[in-house]
Write a protein that binds this ligand. Structure first.
Ligand code: FAD
Ligand code: NA7
Length: 541
């Protein structure tokens, strides 16, 4: 261990969502390091602190949308519905913070603005929004893949006299009850909001750019017996999750779509439709929907047929019907298409009838109509993955900024480290596994903790990914992504939702099981692809 240089903390963690909370626990309570986390929000919880819009919830089933590490809490924590609403995920994360006494080392209302590596001493200096500077040997960024909101610059946006709210910064307590509401965006968030707001708003106008494939979530109350059965089976459940592809708590199919008759296909799709869940529909019915065009077409046609069955007005049904591949992050909801049968809901296809401008009163579309609104909701998503990194001036060896390092697209080794930035570790950095995220986060936190332990126990001053390892991993992720249909569609998964941004690979699509295997192999080979450096003298050399 580098014991000649004094730092304020052994480690600094940035962010206090699922990732930062567990990272603080690991480093402080298990490794015995001194740790400070900085969180720019006024509370812990990350996504679940910020996204308080009506209808916000996890769309991965609640029993696996949580940590597995705290076995006692797994037994204590109860739930009443298949999916977990925002307030309950937040309460759960607050409980974890309380149980493990983490709050005293999490500084809220504090944004990290810069992190600069001093090569001669092998330490990081982190500067925060209050102007304070702190030193540490390790920095872990737990910034969240979906924490930098995307607020499109639509003409007249700031002139709106009502309330303009991005779903990712929803003010506590604001409801849409009895209001004239407009919503731009129909992704996972927009569709959740639409389902909920359609029930309470006086009028809801949906401004839809791309139609979406949405399957039912099958959300329903769960009985105490069902909860008890899950609790009794948790060891097996987590084992299955960790070795699966998308880590959502169901067995992924191994059957190719075209290997069964059309009748059998429809039966399987119908069964999944009735059971509900987006990931289950895409990955639990057949094994090749995300990779084989014919398989994808079969699934897409099934969903299209449902839209026409459900939506009463044929013109609305036509506008809601997607024609491209079914290859965005799968969406599920309770009653999305049904919402358009309500008299208080109207749909504007802005592909056909674009927004011309936002005025103080509402939104004017190309047909000359001014849609008068009290609340205009931007459900326009996030600048995914690297967006949060662009808000911090991170400088590694030679003063290189991470933005310059990622000029041709963000790259990492295994999603956790990048060359030239020693002792900087990322939870869910670029090219991490595309899965239900809490199991992915736990994988990273636990692996990073072992990496830190290795540096500490070996008397090293720093560890750094090599450029070759980083390039190799980037290429692996690119090759796998190219085999999927996800790569053929523009969405946030490829950073293709941000105007002017080139489409880039941001995830490893090989599945959590394969990803964890790779991490095990790298660790077993003495952290192959990383370079360890010695004490202060070596670091200075
Ligand atoms: P976050 O929860 O985003 O936390 C990151 C934190 O870092 C934030 O609090 C942020 O304020 C803070 N931060 C960022 N930059 C700085 C800085 N410079 N200084 C200080 N603090 C900073 N995933 C799923 O797997 N399943 C789901 O069903 C699901 N549903 C979702 C629904 C919504 C509405 C959204 C937005 C996301 C959803 N996600 C879902 C993704 C979700 O983000 C992850 O599951 C998980 O919560 C990520 O945790 P995290 O700690 O990595 O990031
Ligand atoms: P998404 O999935 O990126 O959805 C954003 C939506 O906003 C989508 O319908 C976009 O249309 C639309 N959008 C984005 N920019 C514009 C502009 N400029 N004009 C009109 N419409 C626009 O974000 P979500 O928050 O729904 O979901 C992100 C993840 O968070 C999700 O997968 C969960 O994990 C939670 P487009 O489809 O691009 O045409």
């Amino acid at each position: 261990m580098n014991d000649t240089i004094e730092t304020d903390f052994d480690a600094i963690v940035v962010g206090a969502g699922f990732a930062g909370i567990y990272m603080v626990h690991k480093l402080r309570n298990e490794l015995g390091l001194t740790v400070r986390a900085f969180e720019k929000g006024s509370g812990v919880g990350g996504t679940w602190h910020w996204n308080r819009y009506p209808g916000a919830m996890s769309d991965v089933e609640g029993f696996v949308y949580r940590y597995s590490f705290d076995k006692e809490l797994l037994q204590e924590w109860n739930w009443t519905s298949r999916y977990t609403p925002q307030a309950d995920v937040l309460a759960y994360l607050e409980k974890v913070v309380e149980r493990h006494d983490l709050a005293r080392d999490i500084q809220l209302n504090t944004a990290v603005e810069s992190a600069v590596f001093d090569e001669t001493r092998a330490i990081w200096t982190v500067t925060t929004s209050g102007g304070a500077s702190h030193t540490a040997r390790y920095v872990v960024t737990a910034l969240g893949p979906l924490s930098k909101t995307n607020l499109p610059d639509i003409k007249g946006r700031d002139s709106f006299a009502g309330r303009l709210i991005h779903t990712g910064a929803w003010p506590e307590g604001v409801t849409v009850h009895g209001k004239r509401v407009g919503v731009i965006g129909t992704g996972s968030t927009g569709t959740q909001f639409i389902c909920e707001a359609s029930r309470t708003a006086a009028h809801l106008t949906v401004f839809q750019r791309s139609p979406q494939y949405v399957v039912p979530s099958g959300n329903a109350p769960v009985t105490p017996e069902q909860v008890a059965a899950v609790k009794a089976d948790y060891d097996r459940i987590w084992d299955q999750v960790r070795n699966s592809m998308v880590a959502c708590g169901f067995e992924e199919s191994t059957i190719p779509t075209m290997s069964v008759s059309p009748e059998e296909r429809r039966r399987i799709f119908q069964e999944a439709w009735e059971e509900g869940n987006g990931f289950r529909f895409m990955f639990g019915t057949f094994c090749d929907i995300a990779v084989d065009p014919a398989a994808n077409k079969a699934a897409a046609e099934f969903i299209r047929s449902k839209i026409h069955e459900i939506v009463e007005d044929p013109e609305t049904a036509r506008k809601l019907t997607p024609t491209e591949y079914y290859a965005k992050r799968p969406i599920c909801n309770a009653g999305y298409y049904e919402a358009y049968n309500r008299p208080n809901v109207s749909l504007v296809s802005i592909q056909e009838n674009p927004i011309v401008e936002i005025t103080p009163r509402g939104v004017i579309t190309a047909d000359g109509v001014e849609h008068e609104l009290d609340i205009l909701v931007f459900a326009t998503g996030f600048e995914a993955v690297e967006g949060s990194y662009n808000q911090i001036d991170i400088r590694g060896r030679g003063g290189e900024s991470i933005q310059d390092h990622w000029e041709d697209g963000p790259s990492t080794y295994l999603g956790v480290a990048t060359s030239g930035f020693p002792n900087l570790f990322m939870v869910l950095g670029p090219n991490s596994a595309f899965t239900n995220l809490p199991p992915g986060i736990e994988t990273h936190v636990e692996w990073i903790a072992e990496l830190v332990r290795t540096v500490e126990n070996g008397g090293h001053s720093s560890i750094e990914a090599t450029r070759e390892a980083e390039d190799g991993w980037t290429e692996t992720c690119r090759e796998i992504a190219e085999q999927t249909l996800f790569a053929k569609i523009d969405s946030w998964i490829f950073g293709a939702n941000i105007p002017g941004k080139e489409k880039r690979v941001l995830f490893y699509f090989g599945g959590l099981g394969a990803y964890r295997q790779k991490l095990r192999e790298v660790a077993a080979a003495d952290y192959d692809g990383f370079r360890l450096r010695g004490g202060v003298a070596l670091a200075a050399a």
